[in-house]
Structure formats: structure tokens, C-alpha cells
Design a protein around this ligand. Structure first.
Ligand SMILES: CC(C)(COP(=O)(O)OP(=O)(O)OC[C@H]1O[C@@H](n2cnc3c(N)ncnc32)[C@H](O)[C@@H]1OP(=O)(O)O)[C@@H](O)C(=O)NCCC(=O)NCCS
Length: 190
């Protein structure tokens, strides 16, 4: 699309709006997005609900949401500064130690969840959510885990500059192995 020289670009009124998300208030909408995007059973949703609400008590935990102009949540991301005493960190620590990267557990902002509804994927929403969330991180680097497969999520993370720190990481009760990935901030622009 071309715009007249010098003038501001008119914003497409259909563009999703990305901004701060009160995840405690919107936890059910967010989990409904995750259930469709990632695939969660009702039992898993109930478990995740407790976990999300507990995460939100961590210092520095923050979330962003993408909404349609009508206000429907279509994507979200949340994360927090890594805390070595948290369950996720205790699981990945041994794998990172074995790979010689345990220091990544310090001074890292962890992306805990990132999900976009399938109908709205491939429009740059996921990239904008994670880029905007990490832009305000005080930590110099970011960590996350993703199912260790050739997925859209792994493509996105690689494009943003995340590299594999450890692979074949097993979380108790998760059927598939994960990769732990890390990137220096700010994330790479496309
Ligand atoms: C991962 C996810 C959040 C990406 O959201 P999205 O809004 O579709 O991503 P974007 O449109 O911002 O895509 C950015 C980049 O991701 C990669 N990507 C996204 N979808 C892809 C696909 N279907 N196949 C290959 N690469 C893909 C591309 O590199 C893309 O950049 P490009 O378009 O310049 O090539 C989304 O696919 C999703 O919700 N997946 C299911 C849930 C999930 O796996 N969450 C992550 C858990 S770790």
C-alpha cells in the first residue's frame, strides 16, 4: 500500500490493537486463546489457570494482549524476570548447566506464554507481542522454552534471534521434549 508523501500513515481500522493486558482479570479469555492455539483440554485449562495466577504474583510479571477493534482478545504474551527458585527454572537449570549456559538463568526475562488464535496468525501479531514485551525488560537477555520441533513458534523465535541453549529438555508430565532458547535484547527486527 502507498501513502502520500509526508503525511501520517492512516491506521487500518481492522488492525489488531496491542497493549497492556490485565491478565488476572482476563485469565479465562487468555486461556481460551491458548486452548485453541496450543490445544488444551478443560482439565489442562484448570491447571494452567492456577499456574498463571501464581505467576502473576512474581515481581515484574507483565502481559500484553492483541484485541480486535471490537475488543475481542486474539493473542497474548506474558513473562517475568527469571527466578531460579521457580519450578520452570529448576527444571531447565540442569540442562543449561550440562550445556555450559547456566548463567542464562541470571539477568534474563522469561517469556512464559505466547499464543495467537489460528485465524489471526501470520499477520505479525506474535512478533509484535513478544518484541513489545521484551522492549521494556530491564534484563539484557531473554529465555523461553518451546516444543523441540520445527514449528511456527520455533521459526519465529529463531528469526527474532533466539538460539538453542539446550535441547531434548523433559518437563515432568509433558509428553514432548522441549528446547530452551535464549536471545540478547533487544530482539532482532525483521
Ligand atoms: C507461534 C505463534 C504465536 C506465532 O504467532 P503469529 O502471529 O502467527 O506470528 P507472526 O505472524 O508474527 O510470524 C512471525 C514469524 O514467525 C514465523 N512463522 C509464523 N507462522 C509460521 C508458520 N506457520 N510457518 C513457518 N513460520 C512461521 C515466521 O518466521 C514469521 O516471519 P515471516 O512471516 O516474516 O516469515 C502462533 O503460531 C501460535 O500461536 N502458535 C500456536 C501456539 C504456540 O505454539 N505458541 C508458542 C508456544 S512456545
Amino acid at each position: 500500500m502507498q501513502h502520500s508523501a509526508g503525511g501520517p500513515s492512516p491506521q487500518d481500522p481492522r488492525e489488531p490493537l496491542i497493549g497492556p493486558l490485565d491478565l488476572e482479570e482476563n485469565v479465562d479469555d487468555a486461556l481460551a486463546v491458548q486452548a485453541v492455539a496450543f490445544g488444551l483440554s478443560d482439565d489442562e485449562i484448570a491447571v494452567r489457570r492456577h499456574i498463571v495466577l501464581r505467576h502473576l504474583k512474581s515481581p515484574g510479571a507483565r502481559a500484553l494482549g492483541a484485541r480486535t477493534p471490537e475488543g475481542r482478545l486474539i493473542g497474548f504474551v506474558y513473562g517475568m524476570p527469571n527466578d531460579r527458585t521457580q519450578w520452570w527454572s529448576t527444571v531447565v537449570a540442569g540442562y543449561l548447566r550440562a550445556a555450559g549456559c547456566e548463567d542464562w538463568l541470571d539477568d534474563s526475562f522469561v517469556i512464559t506464554e505466547l499464543h495467537v488464535l489460528p485465524l489471526h496468525q501470520r499477520r505479525g501479531i506474535g512478533r509484535r507481542l513478544i518484541t513489545m514485551l521484551t522492549e521494556t525488560a530491564e534484563e539484557p537477555r531473554s529465555l523461553l522454552s518451546a516444543i523441540d520441533t520445527d514449528s511456527p513458534a520455533r521459526h519465529l523465535y529463531h528469526r527474532l534471534g533466539y538460539r538453542d541453549l539446550a535441547r531434548n529438555v523433559h518437563f515432568p508430565s509433558a509428553p514432548s521434549p522441549y528446547a530452551v532458547m535464549g536471545a540478547w535484547l533487544p530482539l532482532r527486527r525483521s
